[in-house]
Design a protein around this ligand. Structure first.
Ligand code: SAH
Length: 396
């Protein structure tokens, strides 16, 4: 018998074939492993829908909790699948209602996700990668480069962990993929996760309420345009010309603004949805009136919203917010030039809510408990407003 035959030898007739993956499979991964497992167990296929409803809508975090499943099936599921692969390494709450989770992944890496409350809106900001390869000079996420892409299951798990912060009668209403990472560099895993976010059996979040934010990678953006132009697109500009943009967003050196804008225009044509351009105002760097004038010329004729983002200072980086006068002058030029401009309100300022900030200031101690480097002079975490750090899982 060849080794191949040995491995595929039929199971004895009295043994039920049993799905035994080499490693535990993540149940939130949007694939057909659950269906395969149920078939191997001789369980009806419709059980899969019920199990997903428990996980995504009824907030079950264990198979034990799925009380309408036969006990034996629950036990078998628990042997084959993990429900949550992340633990809450820290949980911060801002007095403005913003909450931020630092999640520890199964391999020890850490990512961030945020819940923002605004009236009835419950917007979550989720990560797509561990770290980021784009290298935007002012951003904390990319300072150590990219470690890896998140799996679809890990992206969905952020929604599960954030939903757990809400009272039972509340649901996530909006998603912005504006956390750590470059979403277009991980489209293959992001899109299946967003499908779960949208689907009626999943989180039921309308596609109109899902925003993908990108530095603008034209080939990937074109793939999105061809396959799935239904989400809201936000493109991070941060400068009105190539020479400045390449300094602030280094990946621009190999791409160029023209190519970014042309790909964004193709997305706009396919989606019919107004584009958003993001512009983080950095004092003395991209906030001069002539840069505002150049922006007016760049955006002229485009159906677009310019989202001006106040800079959230990152410890150790030399960038700062512009003075009030510089900001007012900058905005005035834009408005006079007919640009549809909106200034993003700062949220979670007291808890390092900008991308990648919390991951950088947290380190594991011997006990595995995260600590804050309080000696790092983060503008927004002065002693009087120190963030509340609760231990792992405290909020669950
Ligand atoms: N890679 C994507 C997602 C990044 S996060 C992108 O570049 O769009 C979403 C937005 O937050 C981006 O415009 C990013 O430049 C901005 N951002 C990152 N760090 C920031 C900070 N410290 N303060 C303000 N905005 C920041």
């Amino acid at each position: 018998m060849s080794p191949y035959e040995e491995r595929t030898a039929p199971v004895a007739p009295f043994q039920k074939p049993f799905f035994r993956p080499q490693t535990m499979h993540h149940i939130l991964e949007p694939d057909d492993a659950l269906e395969t497992f149920l078939a191997a167990q001789g369980a009806p296929a419709w059980r899969a829908r019920g199990i997903r409803r428990w996980l995504l809508q009824q907030r079950a975090t264990s198979f034990e909790a799925m009380t309408d499943l036969p006990k034996q099936l629950r036990e078998r599921l628990a042997e084959a699948f993990t429900v949550l692969t992340t633990t809450v390494a820290s949980h911060q709450q801002d007095p403005d209602g913003t909450e931020k989770l630092l999640l520890q992944l199964a391999d020890g890496e850490r990512i961030e996700c945020v819940m923002l409350r605004d009236g009835v809106r419950r917007t979550v900001c989720i990560s797509s990668q561990v770290g980021c390869a784009m290298g935007c000079v002012f951003c904390a996420s990319g300072l150590d480069g990219v470690v890896r892409n998140l799996t679809s299951g890990e992206i969905i798990e952020q929604l599960v962990q954030l939903t757990a912060l809400l009272p039972e009668e509340e649901r996530i209403s909006h998603i912005v993929v504006m956390g750590m990472g470059e979403p277009l560099a991980n489209l293959a895993n992001l899109l299946p996760a967003l499908e779960v976010a949208e689907s009626a059996e999943g989180f039921g979040i309308s596609q109109r309420r899902i925003t993908i934010s990108t530095v603008g990678l034209p080939p990937a953006l074109d793939r999105l345009t061809e396959s799935c132009p239904r989400y809201h697109l936000a493109v991070s500009l941060h400068a009105p010309d190539d020479s400045l943009r390449s300094k602030i967003v280094p990946v621009n050196r190999a791409i160029g603004l023209d190519a970014v804008l042309a790909a964004a225009d193709r997305y706009w044509e396919a989606s019919g949805r107004r584009l958003t351009f993001e512009y983080v105002l950095l004092g003395g760097l991209n906030d001069a009136p002539q840069q505002a004038k150049a922006l007016v010329r760049l955006l002229r004729g485009r159906q677009a919203l310019l989202n001006v983002i106040p800079y959230n200072a990152v410890a150790g980086l030399p960038y700062r917010e512009p003075s009030g006068a510089a900001r007012t002058a900058f905005l005035e030029v834009l408005r006079e030039g007919g640009v549809n401009v909106q200034v993003r309100r700062r949220k979670g300022g007291k808890i390092d809510a900008a991308c990648g900030q919390l991951r950088r200031v947290s380190v594991g101690t011997a006990s595995g408990e995260p600590v804050l480097h309080t000696q790092i002079p983060i503008k927004s975490t002065s002693a009087s407003t120190a963030p509340k750090i609760t231990p792992s899982q405290a909020s669950h």
